[in-house]
Design a protein around this ligand. Structure first.
Ligand code: NCD
Length: 314
């Protein structure tokens, strides 16, 4: 007897999650719906499923990570996969092995999913062409960080009910931020209006072509916003000097309770972490449970990664 197949927007092939840019609205919505079902499971006392039992997940992290790495690790384990996390600082890369050689080596061990974070934009795309398994991008250079944008979307939906019609401000180091780029694509796709706010030196040229309004003034950029997303200065991606000083940056672009008043009365604050308190955000504001969604972002990150692993690993 033929078994009934669930209709899914995520195709059997190609089965990689490389960025929001190559995602359809249907696919994004399917991930978010699936993720919602995991929120309750993660809050319960029994968190283990066997959806990925027998599957092998390798997390390849070429850049430091706390939230994303632990979240992918837990997500895979909660779905029953065998998970191996490799911090590539300790790998044969130090002995001169290339990304492709590493990929071929791991591919020979028959993994089902590789989750990769890499300092070079495009590394996950390259990897996906060289291996036989699903590749999930956990952040590549300044290009994309799709699961971060998806968890941000789920956090907003959880609080505000919907994304359509909201006004969202993304503030800080837009130039070097993969979180900004993935969020611009996703929030636009889901019907939000997006403002980006940054000093001129940290604003990418041609950003308006991505369907956002750009501002160099917090007061104007935050006006009427429902959500304020703050970003870290990506010092590790800066070659040369982009800012006069951190103190001056905080003065003009750091989010303080006073500046938050430029947004809507019930505006909520988000940050992907790690936060630099006193640089892009006031420390008390970051912890204010009435406005800050930072902890919720981390919590829902596990649910989103479980959804991605389940839907992409065929
Ligand atoms: C972000 C990243 O790595 O791009 N962090 C994260 O994944 N939680 C943002 C950042 O590092 O500033």
């Amino acid at each position: 007897m033929a078994t009934e197949k669930k209709v899914t927007a995520i195709k059997n092939t190609p089965k990689h999650l490389l960025g929001i840019q190559n995602l359809s609205v249907l696919e994004a919505k399917e991930i978010l719906t699936e993720a919602k079902s995991f929120i309750k499971l993660n809050r319960g006392s029994s968190k283990k499923l066997d959806v990925l039992r027998g599957k092998t997940q390798i997390n390849l992290f070429f850049e430091p990570s706390t939230r994303t790495q632990s979240s992918f690790d837990l997500a895979g384990k909660r779905l029953g996969a065998d998970v191996m996390t490799m911090n590539m600082g300790n790998s044969a890369l130090k002995k001169g092995e290339t990304l492709i050689d590493t990929a071929m080596t791991l591919n020979a061990m028959h993994p089902d999913i590789i989750v990769i974070r890499h300092q070079d934009s495009g590394a996950p795309n390259l990897l996906s062409q060289k291996v036989n398994c699903t590749v999930i991008n956990a952040g590549d250079g300044r290009r994309e960080h799709p699961t971060q944008a998806l968890l941000d979307a789920l956090t907003i939906i959880n609080r505000k009910g919907n994304i359509e019609g909201l006004k969202i401000a993304i503030c800080g180091d837009i130039l070097h931020s993969r979180v900004a780029r993935s969020n611009i694509y996703l929030m636009n796709m889901l019907g939000a209006e997006v403002n980006v706010i940054a000093p001129k030196t940290l604003m990418p040229k041609g950003i308006d072509n991505l369907g956002v309004k750009s501002f160099t003034d917090m007061k104007k950029g935050l006006d009427g916003c429902d959500i304020v997303m703050m970003l870290r200065l990506q010092n590790e991606r800066m070659k040369g000097s982009f800012l006069p000083s951190k103190r001056e940056y905080y003065e003009f672009f750091g989010l303080t309770p006073e500046k938050l008043k430029f947004a809507k009365k019930d505006a909520l604050l988000m940050h992907p972490g790690p936060m630099n308190r006193g640089v892009e955000i006031d420390t008390k504001l970051a912890d204010d449970i009435n406005v800050s969604l930072v902890k919720e972002q981390v919590e829902l990150g596990v649910a989103v990664r479980m959804a991605c692993l389940k839907l992409y690993c065929k």
